[in-house]
Design a protein around this ligand. Sequence first.
Ligand code: NDP
Length: 289
Amino acid sequence: MAELMLGKEVNASLNEKIKANVEALKQKGVVPGLGIVRVGENPGDLSYEKGAVRKCETLGISCRRFLLPKDVSEKELLAVIEMLNNDDLIHGVLLFRPLPKHLRSSVIENALAPEKDVDCMTELSMAGVFTGKKIGFPPCTPQGCMEILDYYGVDCTGKKAVVIGRSLVVGRPAAMMLMDKNATVTICHSRTVDLPSVTREADILIVAAGQAGMIGADHVRKGQVVIDVGINVTGEGMLCGDVDYQAVEPIVSAITPVPGGAGSVTTTVLAGHVVEAAMRREESALKEK
Ligand code: NDP
């Protein structure tokens, strides 16, 4: 039987650190603030927003939501971002993406002040991840995966890591972060030939393809650590991952469930970034004095 790597255990550990930092900020009269910008009513965004607001409120982070219609103009959306950039009570901004097609994503994403970019949407933050210089904040989901590996004591040094998915939101940054931890990394995608033979080579397998149950018994072997980032909804309305849990769990040595695994750590990481952004602001204000 595989060790279950549970989001709630990782979260409990992260929450302790975040709460201590929130308390330290409170002593200085600062309440960390998150601005959430949502365009339209995408069900996935609504569900993530609900979780993020609940998480922030439990940790003492204030949340303000800016809800815009799906036909919002670029000018109006840019005006909201500009307003958040100039609002001292907001330390971090979460903008749901992908944006509707009539909006130029790159113009909007890069309009955000880098110091408030708590989910790595500006090119500057992304450059931090890809150059290893750690400018700004890394994207929350792949960082959540790294937190899971750290919490469960998985040493990546010298290990073979395989990431399925090459999106800028999960796959690519996850691969960079694994490389930073000294793993030897392979990235797979929809054109990868003979995926099972590649994934069976992995010591650590991170799956972020968005294909329900695509990883089965023939993709894995004994001794592997598997993180399932996929969030899919079945015909019956149930959440499931990209890994066929029933088939894979008896074979590998550790696995995250869906729900209750990687997804639940993402909002905790986001909350941690907002608090960190508030702390960085305090530090730079002190230096300026
Ligand atoms: P994208 O659709 O942007 O990327 C999916 C990637 O998977 C692509 O690179 C694609 O390859 C690859 N892929 C798709 N099918 C296959 C296949 N059969 N074999 C190999 N590779 C394949 O998705 P995201 O990266 O945004 O998200 C991935 C998953 O993670 C989704 O289920 C999403 O819901 C979930 N997610 C969870 C989050 C959380 O936990 N909080 C946050 C963000 C995402 P190609 O590039 O060739 O098309």
